[in-house]
Design a protein around this ligand. Sequence first.
Ligand SMILES: NC(=O)c1ccc[n+]([C@@H]2O[C@H](COP(=O)([O-])OP(=O)(O)OC[C@H]3O[C@@H](n4cnc5c(N)ncnc54)[C@H](OP(=O)(O)O)[C@@H]3O)[C@@H](O)[C@H]2O)c1
Length: 266
Amino acid sequence: MPSEKNGKVALVTGASGGIGREIAEILLMKGYDLLLVARSLGKLEELRKKFKLIASDQTVTVLRADLSHSESPKMIFDFANDRNISVDILVNNAGVGISGGIDEYSEEDLLKMILLNIFSLTALCKHFSPQMKEKRSGNILNIASIGGYQPVPYLAAYAASKSYVLNFSDAIAMELKDYGVSVSCYSPGLTDTQFFDRADIDENNNFYAKKMRVSPKDVAQDAVEMMLRGKLSSIYGLKNNVLAFLTQITPSRNIIARITKKIVTK
Ligand SMILES: NC(=O)c1ccc[n+]([C@@H]2O[C@H](COP(=O)([O-])OP(=O)(O)OC[C@H]3O[C@@H](n4cnc5c(N)ncnc54)[C@H](OP(=O)(O)O)[C@@H]3O)[C@@H](O)[C@H]2O)c1
């Protein structure tokens, strides 16, 4: 049973599948109206119908947007404004990876990934935070990755894009905290979603093997809880926390990169 409608709105990017879809459902059950964004409008429409059956008095609005286009964040902001949708929770979840050696990247895929993982996430924070500041309340949840805690050979640009998300989130958290707005950054580890297929990660690679991945529902639950507590940053699971800790206490970045290369190519 969903909680009573709370009159607040959560905007979730990448809500058509994976972790974002689970985050959307958890927020629905907590009484939030939803503004769901992704490229697959059909999947979003299906979700809207399902959510209306679960919580008929809550408003679920869907919007098709490709966040690998630089004009999309402003378009989403204008769409919300035109409909008097005031966003209380912003979840920047949409993200993709590209795998392989640096010489193998397609320039087009690289640009799209950087626009999605870095530019759009940043621009959505920029557009929606002034309203939150004015209301002196709001939560931003940025989805990073355990990969953002160290250099990751053969997933180099993706992991670096997530390092950006970690540092950017911690910095704006300090800027916005005096206005009652919390910024949280959540790092999933290997999670069983479409991510690996989309990133073209080799199924035979032991490190990324399917059996190592956890359920997106568990990850989403943990992420939403930490955001609602206003926690600055959090990583899913003990193993990932230990890995991130070891990375942080290792004095040489060179050593970390060497070890990571061994681990991800075993
Ligand atoms: N799965 C993992 O192991 C893992 C680990 C660490 C971090 N993460 C991070 O978790 C987040 C969610 O990923 P996931 O694992 O749930 O992957 P997923 O199953 O591939 O879902 C990605 C979501 O992002 C949306 N998306 C992709 N490209 C988009 C674009 N250009 N514009 C708008 N939306 C777009 C997709 O919807 P459409 O295709 O409909 O647009 C989908 O809803 C990402 O930021 C990812 O980097 C995942």
